[in-house]
Design a binder for this molecule. Structure first.
Ligand code: ADP
Ligand code: MG
Length: 357
């Protein structure tokens, strides 16, 4: 059983930089857990503090049943894969993979056998005698992974391990990593600034901002119901539209338009006249060129940009009444021209209302 339990974890660097701010987090046994957030939010610091490469300023780290807060990295039974892989350039792939076993004073024959076994699992059989410089980026990434696997740690810690791969390789490696984690069942903490990567890989995600967790949930929960405008604007291939508005009964006034409030119980909980942020993803807006003037539910605007995304088009619509432009996803074959007037209609069941922005 290898859950990870962080309690009140705080890290203050010299110069009074608070990288982790009294953070509480339970990562479950066998879970693929993603730490997601913008650059500088404390992801690497959190991972390094779990690994023991940074000491905590306050709070505790428990791995399994053990409080490891005061233990050195070598005694925590974790393996970390770094963003730049940190392979030894002068060593062969065999020696790189076997290195953790060398630290543990395993005999050479056993190191070599283990390296060959793990290399075979990761499709690196033919490369054992090469040096890292003679491998592609994707292969180097697998060597780093193999090295992490070599001594069967209880926990994998990955710091943006796919970020140095080009787009296609990154997708391949992502699928590979997910399958491998499923097979091994090892508790995994995966750091990324890429929301798509986190959504695709993780069982659960913690979204971080400035050393604090802004939301914790499954990919579906975080995508469907971002808890605040920070998470809302961070998750999604195109950011959510966030429009300032005012509550009017079951509707929200945005500019001159009345847009449907959210369906369900929350609508009634919003006080009349409250200033809110109206959240709707581009893919949950419908676009039409024609709309009856006296029927509410549509925001009038003018198409100013059309982006071809392959299977869809992304329209930018400047509202007639002013305010921030909004983005609308439409089918690839919808005829639309720059400059035409049109309307965006929210799907009420996908509307989110925020009062934090
Ligand atoms: P992330 O990995 O999310 O980009 P980091 O954990 O690297 O974030 O950094 C979090 C914050 O701590 C940043 O403000 C960063 O500048 C600061 N920081 C990181 N490492 C150090 C260090 N060794 N000394 C001082 N400040 C640091
Ligand atoms: Mg980092």
């Amino acid at each position: 059983m290898t859950a990870i339990s962080l309690t009140g974890l705080t890290k203050v660097y010299p110069g009074d930089v608070t990288a982790l701010d009294t953070l509480d987090l339970e990562i479950r046994d066998g879970e693929f857990f993603a730490l997601l957030g913008p650059s500088g939010c404390g992801k690497t610091t959190l991972l390094r503090t779990i690994a023991g490469l940074e000491s905590a300023t306050g709070g505790t780290v428990a791995i399994g049943e053990r409080d490891v807060t005061a233990l050195p990295p070598g005694r925590r039974d974790v393996a970390m894969v770094f963003q730049d892989y940190a392979l030894f350039p002068h060593m062969t792939v065999r020696d790189n993979i076997g290195y953790p076993l060398k630290i543990k004073k395993a005999p050479a024959a056993r190191r070599s056998a283990k390296a060959a076994e793990v290399a075979a699992e990761l499709g690196l059989d033919g490369y054992l005698a090469r040096r890292p410089g003679q491998l592609s980026g994707g292969q180097q990434q697998r060597v780093a992974l193999a090295r992490a696997m070599a001594c069967h740690p209880s926990v994998f810690l990955f710091d943006e391990p796919l970020s140095n791969l080009d787009a296609r390789l990154r997708l391949e490696a992502r699928t590979f990593l997910k399958r491998l984690q499923r097979e091994l069942g090892v508790t995994t903490v995966f750091v990324t600034h890429d929301q798509a990567e986190a959504l695709a890989l993780a069982d659960r995600i913690a979204v971080l901002e400035a050393g604090r967790i802004r939301q914790l949930g499954t990919p579906t929960e975080i995508y469907r119901r971002p808890a605040n405008t920070f998470v809302a604007s961070f998750i999604g291939s195109t950011p959510m539209n966030l429009l300032p508005g005012t509550v009017r009964g079951a509707w929200v006034r945005v500019g001159d338009a009345l847009l449907p409030g959210p369906m369900g119980t929350e609508a009634g909980a919003l006080p009349e006249g409250a200033e809110v942020v109206y959240g709707i993803r581009p893919e949950y807006l419908r676009y039409t060129a024609q709309h009856a003037a006296d029927v509410p539910g549509a925001l009038p605007g003018r198409v100013t940009v059309i982006e071809n995304l392959g299977s869809t088009q992304l329209l930018t619509l400047d509202p007639v009444a002013g305010g921030p432009p909004l983005q609308v996803t439409v089918p690839e074959d919808l005829p639309v021209t720059v400059g035409e007037p049109g309307y965006a209609l929210p799907r009420p069941e996908r509307v989110l209302i925020y009062r934090d922005g």
